[in-house]
Write a protein that binds this ligand. Structure first.
Ligand code: GDP
Ligand code: GDP
Length: 435
């Protein structure tokens, strides 16, 4: 189910984020002349001639004020750990620097394919420089220009040729889920506790050298797959505690999941970073469950869970559909219930409601609370129908989509939720003018 991942690595200012933006099609990271400026996004989806893949701009993962050498070592290691193909980028207007050499030396230790991109080759003036870069030892250098968009086609053709075989969007019948959350909330402990109690099915895709990152297991009659378990293994690398890296892990895991479990630490309550990570899950339209871990560690009263829930829904208004469950990896509290919940949310994401039943609910809802008027014009809902699952997506045919006020759409959503079990899944609403 996972798509190939490409990481761009290179010393500061060679043009990594410029290329990243080109690859993902729109400006998502901040390009600035000053080296080391923080980027707001480092991971995104890209598409080249119909092949979909993910791109990481490793330059966006920095570690406070660590020295230069440490920063680029960490970035090269992230590329080696996270990518299927690495684009090593240098600046074609300069000769090879010690920073380039340092990265090259680290990349010699990878068994992942490395494609060398020589950037800033804006015109023929710099053409002859290209031969110098053979000495880095990564074969043919690909001349590109990020600012002019030159040479990217040839570079990407080469990158695509290097993708491992056997990776595609093949979806098996198992329920794919992942655990996301800040470092140390207990994600890997939960995974280990779950895998320790259930029968793990070992499956290795032939022809791939990459680590098996998904782990499949059987529980009663259900088959589950935990996405990105490799990412949960602690390698003891310096970058593992950086915030951007945990964002990256979360985004990769979400990509490969039907249901996302957002893990919070009961000891520490809700932090800003939790909100950001939960936001990724919500925006990806996946099923969402909130697991409050280390519940064994909390001095509890009869109202502790109730209070935690109230506080949670207060802080995470947009996640009102997500159930909150209290677990402990240590005592295995509620881990079985967590799997039951994952199954139920997966099911809910895939419910199909018959149009006749849906329209009865909508008609009743409208008679209970009449449609709004804007500037004397009343919204008319003629018909509603479900057009997709995962997430459940409903199209409302109306006289004028502008009249579907946000709050009325919310009301209709709540009515639908009252009649059908959509717990844990976002619902997508679309208003269309009836032609
Ligand atoms: P990063 O630090 O490696 O991510 O580099 P940036 O993408 O932030 O680019 C560093 C500087 O190089 C910026 O001023 C860019 O405008 C500039 N730059 C990027 N690509 C090119 C290119 O193809 N040609 C030229 N002349 N400048 C470029
Ligand atoms: P991750 O970084 O989110 O994968 O977190 P870990 O699974 O590595 O756990 C971080 C720390 O929390 C470790 O010291 C665990 O032993 C501890 N921990 C994890 N789950 C629990 C739990 O349910 N109860 C308690 N008391 N400690 C836990």
């Amino acid at each position: 189910m996972s798509q190939p991942t490409v990481a761009i690595v290179g010393r500061p200012n060679v043009g990594k984020s410029t290329i990243f933006n080109r690859l993902v099609g729109h400006r998502v990271s901040i390009v600035n002349n000053e080296p080391g400026v923080t980027r707001d996004r480092i991971y995104a989806h890209a598409d080249w001639l119909g092949t979909r893949f993910n791109v990481i701009d490793t330059g966006g993962i920095t570690m406070g004020d660590a020295p230069f050498a440490k920063q680029i070592t960490a970035q090269a290691e992230i590329a080696m750990d996270e990518a299927d193909v690495i684009i090593f980028m240098v600046d074609g207007r300069q000769s090879i620097t010690s920073g380039d050499d340092q990265i090259a030396r680290i990349l010699y230790h990878t068994n992942k394919p490395v494609v060398l991109a020589v950037n800033k080759m804006d015109n023929s003036k710099y053409k002859a420089n290209i031969y110098d870069f053979y000495s880095l030892g990564f074969g043919k250098p690909f001349p590109i220009s990020g600012s002019h968009g030159l040479g990217l086609g040839d570079l990407l053709d080469q990158v695509l040729r290097k993708f491992p075989t056997g990776m595609d969007n093949h979806k098996d019948n198992s329920i794919h889920f992942s655990l996301i959350g800040r470092p140390n909330v207990g994600k890997s402990s939960i995974v280990n506790a779950i895998l320790g109690q259930n029968r793990v099915i070992v499956s290795k895709t032939p022809g791939t050298t990459r680590d098996a990152i998904d782990t499949t297991f059987k529980r009663k009659h259900d088959v589950f797959t935990i996405a990105d378990t490799a990412g949960l293994r602690k390698r003891g690398k310096v970058y593992e505690s950086t915030e951007k890296y945990s964002d990256l892990r979360a985004m990769k895991a979400i990509d490969n999941s039907d249901v996302v479990v957002v893990v919070l630490n009961a000891d520490e309550g809700i932090r800003e970073e939790d909100k950001k990570i939960a936001g990724y899950a919500h925006n990806a339209w996946k099923g969402v469950i909130v697991a409050v871990n280390k519940w064994d560690d909390v001095k509890k009263t009869t109202s502790s869970q109730h209070n935690f829930r109230i506080n949670f829904y207060n802080e995470f208004k947009y996640l009102s559909y997500a159930p909150v469950i209290f677990v402990s990896a240590k005592t295995r509290l509620h881990l079985g219930q967590l799997l039951d919940l994952i199954k139920r949310v997966y099911h809910n994401q895939n419910i199909r409601i018959k149009s006749s039943v849906l329209n009865n609910v909508i008609t009743d809802a409208i008679s209970l609370t009449p449609t709004p008027t804007i500037k004397g014009q009343r919204l008319r809902v003629y018909y509603a129908t479900q057009v997709a699952v995962g997430p459940p997506t409903f199209v409302f045919f109306v006289n004028d989509p502008h009249l579907m006020h946000f709050s009325y759409a919310r009301y209709l959503e709540n009515q639908i939720r009252e009649h059908f079990d959509f717990m844990g899944t976002p619902i997508h609403f679309i208003s269309r003018r009836r032609s």
